[in-house]
Design a protein around this ligand. Structure first.
Ligand SMILES: C[S@@+](CC[C@H](N)C(=O)[O-])C[C@H]1O[C@@H](n2cnc3c(N)ncnc32)[C@H](O)[C@@H]1O
Length: 263
């Protein structure tokens, strides 16, 4: 058992109802199956292409907005998360929307519940890698479940944004870019009624080269790497405008000629 992940699972289960109340208030989950642009960037749509009828896994599915958007676009979606509470709330919402999604309770570094070479697309990101202590194993599992020539699409919060002091007016570095962690913190203040110190959780700060290396070692070739956006989000407590928001990686599983490339 991975003790970091076990602690993180407890943390997500405990804060999930409160965290999901924010998702409820925002309301996008009710619309994103019809308006996929609420969950997917134009760049992601371009790399994904037509997903109708394709088998897609969303790893670390969280609010499941991406899973709902992909299901609305006609994909057969499998949604994987470490937190049973997150999955339960997502499954209730999927039922309310009439979406048929398979929900799988699993750690992204141990996807034994999913058979090898059974997905056309694996989508992951939006603050998932930060919870995972072994990035190579995580992407190796993603690569394993992909069919040859399948797409691995990673869209993560950009690593350049993770190293700054919060609550200051000028950028002041708190951590080395290379300090991958584990960074321990307490999540007890993220839900009402939890006693301080009761939810130790662990974050990991991967570098750009860590992401690229893990994707290549997962048996994928790198089709694209993009850095997208430069705005400051409402929840960010440091003046991060001007730094890239997202790191987008597109990999293709080696082992077969991609459609359109024959000859
Ligand atoms: C911030 S959400 C990110 C997903 C989505 N982008 C979102 O914003 O909701 C993080 C999710 O990753 C899940 N998670 C964390 N560690 C995981 C692991 N080792 N395996 C699977 N899921 C994990 C958490 O339970 C949580 O639902």
């Amino acid at each position: 058992m991975n003790l970091f992940h076990e602690a993180n699972r407890r943390g997500w289960d405990a804060v999930s109802p409160h965290w999901q109340a924010g998702i409820e208030a925002q309301g996008h989950w009710r619309r994103c199956h019809r308006e996929p642009e609420l969950a997917l960037l134009p760049e992601e749509r371009r790399y994904l292409g037509d997903v109708a009828g394709r088998d897609v896994a969303v790893l670390g599915s969280g609010d499941n907005l991406v899973a709902f958007a992909l299901a609305g676009l006609g994909a057969r979606v499998t949604s994987v998360d470490l937190s049973a509470m997150q999955l339960q709330i997502a499954a209730e919402r999927a039922r309310a929307l009439g979406l048929s999604i398979r929900f799988v309770h699993a750690d992204v570094t141990a996807l034994g519940a999913l058979a090898t070479a059974t997905f056309d697309v694996v989508y992951t990101g939006g603050h998932v890698a930060v919870w995972v202590s072994d990035l190579k194993r995580y992407y190796a599992e993603a690569g394993r479940i992909l069919r040859p020539a399948g797409l691995l699409l990673v869209n993560e919060y950009h690593p350049f944004r993770r190293i700054w002091k919060q609550g200051v007016h000028r950028l002041e570095r708190e951590l080395s870019y290379y300090d991958r962690g584990p960074h321990q913190y307490d999540r007890a203040d993220q839900a009402p009624g939890l006693a301080p110190g009761t939810l130790p959780s662990y974050n990991f700060h991967w570098t750009v080269s860590d992401y690229v290396t893990a994707l290549l070692q997962a048996g994928c070739e790198l089709l694209a790497l993009e850095e997208i956006g430069e705005a400051r989000q409402s929840w960010e407590e440091a003046p991060l405008e001007g730094l890239p928001e997202c790191l987008l990686l597109v990999g293709r599983k080696r082992g077969a000629t991609a459609p359109g490339e024959a000859g």
